[in-house]
Design a protein around this ligand. Sequence first.
Ligand code: HPA
Length: 272
Amino acid sequence: MNIYQKCVESAEYIKQFADANEAIGIILGSGLGNLAEEVEEAVIISYKDIPHFPMTNVLGHAGRLVIGKLNGVKVVCMQGRFHFYEGYDMKIVSMPVRVMKLLGIRSLIVTNAAGGVNRSFSEGTLMLIDDFINFMGENPLTGDNVEEFGPRFPDMTLALDKEYKKLAFEAAKELKIDLRKGVYMSFRGPNYETPAEIRFAEAIGADAVGMSTVPEILVARHANIPTIGISCITNMGAGITGEALSHLEVEAVARRVNDEFKALLKLLITKM
Ligand code: HPA
């Protein structure tokens, strides 16, 4: 069975329980998953029950789809995502985006925790993903093109929606949040980068580094889903402060910024 057929079967299963047509898809990153708990009239579906979905078992990731309303706006939240470093093929990592496309989402918000490379950032900075660098050495669009979703050679100039970027800054201004923007560079992980890799990232124009999100943006652009991405800078990149990095620290900062990040997303979706 090819990836398209698998996505169709996953979507058909979900459609039995919930209608996500015209919803906004939201992928919740580390420490941000609790936004899903605010979804009203929620239909909750565990990934383990969805045909062809792999399981997530990363610390801090729940592994369920939450479909309902947030601030009156129809949403489908992915509470927990799949990472390349877990050993999944890129096509599996990004598959939920394609399933959401088949569910009929009208736009996508991707969020993550990331390391700050831009030295004017600090722990807790929220960064709009202005552009990205795929440094994972893999691509979910490799192999036979899935024509049902999109073209062989998708454009990336407009991968992150210009209008949505404006709306995000508008929302941030209203909330008095100092939203920054920058280039997100994705590494394979699972180790945090070395200090030398962070200097390399800085030299080639990255503002933040992380281990997710790029496969999802690539697949979303391929399928022509207007997308916006926001990173929570949970720590400065390795070597910048000289302190060792830990997942607990990353989660703690993500939790601390949680209220602000949630407020931004909740206002942003009313504008999209
Ligand atoms: N590097 C990569 N991924 C991350 C980081 C980091 O410093 N912080 C949170 N996710």
